[in-house]
Design a protein around this ligand. Structure first.
Ligand code: NAG
Ligand code: NAG
Ligand code: NAG
Ligand code: NAG
Ligand code: NAG
Ligand code: NAG
Length: 450
């Protein structure tokens, strides 16, 4: 594996590779930008923006990796790149090499009111500016990652209530989709497309357990909700939840087979009496909006492992799906061909619609349960190229402005999409908020990929 050490921010630092025993620096001798591109991509850090040579080594034992990497830039990881042994095992060099990647999302901090370092409003350094995060799709799983990243133990709640934000603080409405087990918020998948403005007073916050050494009782299914409001927070017993939720094989974070992690095993839910009220709890818990569909009979394929829950009877208001009435944890009379699934309103999909062509057509996104078009103003080359890549239609394309007006009517879901170099899917690109009529039918995008 490869790592960047000692940088002044995430996704930057001196390049070292692991020998199986220890970390060894890579020499700056013939190190190239395409190699840096592969490293940045492998680390989920976007694109390489700089390569600095002649850097001091972290340790002065003189050891240097005895091979040169000759990546072309498109390899999925460093170890796939061609490697050339240096003559006599000695790589010609003048120091270590430092790579900086473009990472948009970086450090975190909590704005606290002084009572504890481990509770407060979450702020993230996004594109070099500190911004508060919007609470509209904020989850306990995200909060847990924040607590871990800040050395504050585990998340106990995501309180609502009075907030500390200054009037002119910038707010970011990007949505993170953490599982809850990640080490850094910036490594969780993020969606920026269609984010709405966030009103002041609706900012993401966390209360962490505050101390990694302190052992909290595990939340049992019968304990009161730990995610109470700030007002009820005082009397709520503190406990940590060790279960996590995800949706699998649905083509996104917000649709798929429901799976719960408990004691290192991912298991499923049986579809006996599975309905929209149950799905509602799942969608809300995942920050995925409203439930559109509660699927049955392994609609998204059969899972494996345990079947954790059966005969669920949620009211729809519970904060965690495992707190709903059921037969009891692990009790069921089902097979995996009965696995339950959901489709939530924040589930996104992309397609091109055309009568006879595969990689040219009207661009459509699926949002809130409906396919709608995408507006073409302003859609730059970088955005069109990313869309073509996401659809498996090559690396570039263009807007086709001279196509006749399209028949039929549909929502015009989104306008003003502006992808950046660091974005690797359309979902990460900022845009105007979702809107049923974002532009006139004359402005729907028709794309031809090359
Ligand atoms: C690296 O570059 C130097 C000169 O820049 C060259 O002499 C050397 O052979 C190169 N290393 C390898 C392994 O090709
Ligand atoms: C500040 O912290 C105290 C103690 O935890 C809490 O009661 C109060 O509501 C907090 N105030 C704000 C504005 O968050
Ligand atoms: C945010 O991050 C950028 C890049 O790492 C850094 O230059 C800047 O100082 C940070 N902003 C603040 C306010 O700390
Ligand atoms: C964490 O726990 C240790 C041991 O119980 C204690 O000494 C320390 O003060 C605690 N730190 C915080 C920040 O609560
Ligand atoms: C589900 O809960 C409701 C009350 O919330 C109750 O009336 C109903 O009988 C329950 N259904 C099952 C199958 O347990
Ligand atoms: C999504 O659909 C629901 C119900 O169909 C509707 O109430 C809501 O306004 C829709 N949201 C958007 C952004 O269109």
């Amino acid at each position: 594996s490869v790592c960047l050490f000692g940088g002044d921010r995430p996704c930057s630092g001196r390049v070292e590779v692991h020998s199986g025993k220890e970390w060894i620096p890579v020499s700056d001798g013939n190190f190239t930008l395409p190699t840096a591109q592969v490293i940045c991509a492998e680390l989920g850090c976007g694109k390489a923006v700089s390569v600095l040579k002649h850097m001091p080594f972290r340790e002065s034992d003189g050891q240097v990796w005895a091979e040169e990497f000759r990546c072309e830039g498109e390899e999925p990881e460093l170890w796939v790149c061609p490697r050339v042994p240096c003559p006599g095992g000695m790589c010609h060099h003048s120091g270590a090499v430092q790579v900086a990647c473009s990472a948009v999302y970086s450090e975190l901090r909590l704005m606290t009111n002084g009572s504890s370092q481990c509770e407060g409003q979450v702020e993230m350094n996004i594109s070099g500016r500190w911004r508060a995060l919007c609470a509209s799709h904020w989850t306990l799983a995200n909060a847990n990652v924040v607590c871990r990243q800040l050395g504050c133990g585990v998340a106990i709640s995501t309180p609502r209530g009075p907030h500390l934000v200054g009037r002119d603080d910038q707010i970011s409405a990007v949505r993170f989709h953490c599982l809850g087990t990640e080490s850094f918020l910036w490594s969780c998948p993020v969606t920026a497309l269609g984010s709405s403005d966030c009103s002041h007073g609706n900012m993401a916050s966390v209360t962490c357990s505050g101390n990694q050494t302190q052992v909290l009782p595990q939340c049992s299914d019968s304990l009161p909700e730990p995610t109470g409001s700030a007002a009820s927070g005082e009397s709520a017993p503190y406990c940590s939840d060790s279960r996590w939720l995800r949706l699998v094989d649905g083509g996104g974070h917000c649709a798929g087979r429901v799976e719960i992690l408990d004691q290192d095993s991912w298991g499923t839910i049986c579809d006996d009496s599975w309905d929209l009220d149950d799905a509602r709890v799942v969608c809300r818990q995942l920050g995925c909006g409203e439930a559109l569909n509660a699927t049955r009979s392994a609609h998204f394929g059969a899972g494996s492992g345990p079947i954790w829950l059966d005969d669920l009877n949620c009211t729809g208001k519970e904060s965690h799906v495992w707190r709903c009435p059921s037969r009891g944890w692990g009790r069921h009379d089902c097979r995996h061909k009965q696995d339950a699934g959901v489709i939530c309103s924040e589930f996104l999909a992309l397609r091109m619609v055309s009568e006879d062509q595969q990689c040219a057509g009207w661009l459509e996104v699926f949002y809130n349960g409906t396919w709608g078009s995408v507006c073409r103003n302003p859609m730059e080359y970088i955005t069109v190229s990313l869309i073509c890549r996401q659809l498996g239609c090559g690396d570039s394309g263009s807007l086709n402005p001279s196509v006749a007006l399209r028949e039929g009517s549909r929502p015009q879901w989104v306008d003003g999409i502006q992808c950046r170099k660091t974005d690797t899917s359309l979902w990460q690109c900022p845009s105007d908020p979702w809107n049923y009529t974002s532009c006139s039918p004359k402005e729907e995008a028709y794309i031809s990929c090359e």
